[in-house]
Design a protein around this ligand. Structure first.
Ligand code: GLU
Length: 309
């Protein structure tokens, strides 16, 4: 059996900016996890957001290749997959598993919620409306130039998933959005549909998405898809404990090159954060093990490092 036939791992960046060290590190980990497990490895551009730009597709793929990642087949673009998402939404509609929601953010914030529901959970306001109430809802939204969102009818219960780094993780499943009021398909829907389409058996991504995973697993089960293995990788933070951002100085490959860092030096730094000695992808693959990923975030301090090179 070829590695792709056994299933794939994937990296799914959003082309809304250049990749920073944390993204590159997560990408490399995803690639190494898949290759070590004998799986195929595919690339997906999550380009549905209006902040995404074709030039970032180019720079992201260039940077990922530069650090030695390779992938099987063509890059999948979510913007080419709208028909597939619409088809799944139609299936959910036919099965009476989604309903229109006319709530604004303020409506949701102010609504009373069940005692066990966590803050931010959708309180179910629009789930059982009459036809007259639905019509009123549509009229309320019309002047805001948006239609109703579509929400999944869930059991509003807890769901526990298993992660290779975090062990068991339990999340509350509310009636989450599958298509937004502006017509865009929601991340939780498209990620699940594309993981199935790309035969993904191993999802490696940053741990800020761990919370989305129970919802995604819930949807997989409804659609009859297999649940992949999950590996949520801790983020890279700055000295202040915040996510890396522009204000942290040189954090993208291009910026680091301009500061005089070679690709090998960047590679060595990422490797070192995982206890790997070496400055290239072959060494990385050779020494990599999922067990070497710590639960703690990697703290990147560009100023101190810049002085040490
Ligand atoms: N597009 C998401 C990101 O760049 C990743 C989504 C995923 O891996 O499921 O953070």
């Amino acid at each position: 059996m070829t590695s792709e036939a056994r299933g794939t791992g994937r990296y799914a960046p959003s082309p809304s900016g250049d990749l920073h060290l944390g993204n590159l590190r997560t990408g490399l980990i995803a690639w190494a996890c898949a290759r070590k497990a004998g799986l195929g490895f595919v690339m997906r551009m999550e380009d549905l957001d209006e902040r995404c730009r074709p030039e970032y597709v180019e720079t992201q793929l260039r940077d990922l290749s530069e650090i030695g990642m390779d992938w099987d087949g063509d890059v999948l673009f979510q913007s080419d997959r709208i028909d597939a998402y619409n088809q799944v939404v139609s299936e959910l509609l036919e099965r009476d598993l989604v309903y229109e929601c006319y709530c604004t953010r303020a409506d949701i914030k102010d609504a009373p919620r069940a005692p066990h529901a966590p803050p931010g959970a959708y309180p179910g306001t629009c789930r059982d409306l009459t036809e007259v109430e639905r019509e009123q809802g549509r009229q309320k939204l019309a002047p805001m130039d948006r239609g109703p969102a579509l929400r999944l009818k869930t059991t509003n219960d807890q769901l526990t998933i298993t992660d290779r780094i975090w062990g068991e993780f339990t999340g509350h499943i509310d009636d989450f959005v599958v298509r937004r009021g502006d017509g865009a398909h929601a991340y939780n829907l498209v990620a699940v549909v594309d993981d199935e389409y790309q035969n993904v058996r191993q999802v490696v991504r940053a741990d800020d998405l761990l919370e989305s995973t129970p919802r995604q697993v819930y949807l997989q089960k409804l659609l009859g898809y297999e649940t992949p293995e999950y590996v949520h990788v801790p983020l890279v933070l700055n000295r202040g404990g915040k996510r890396l951002a522009k204000r942290d100085g040189a954090v993208t490959l291009d910026e680091l090159h301009r500061e005089g860092w070679s690709t090998q030096q960047v590679f060595a730094l990422i490797s070192e954060s995982l206890g790997i000695q070496g400055d290239n992808s072959a060494d990385f693959l050779d020494q990599f093990s999922i067990n070497s990923i710590a639960r703690e975030p990697w703290i990147f301090d560009s100023e101190t490092l810049a002085r040490s090179w």
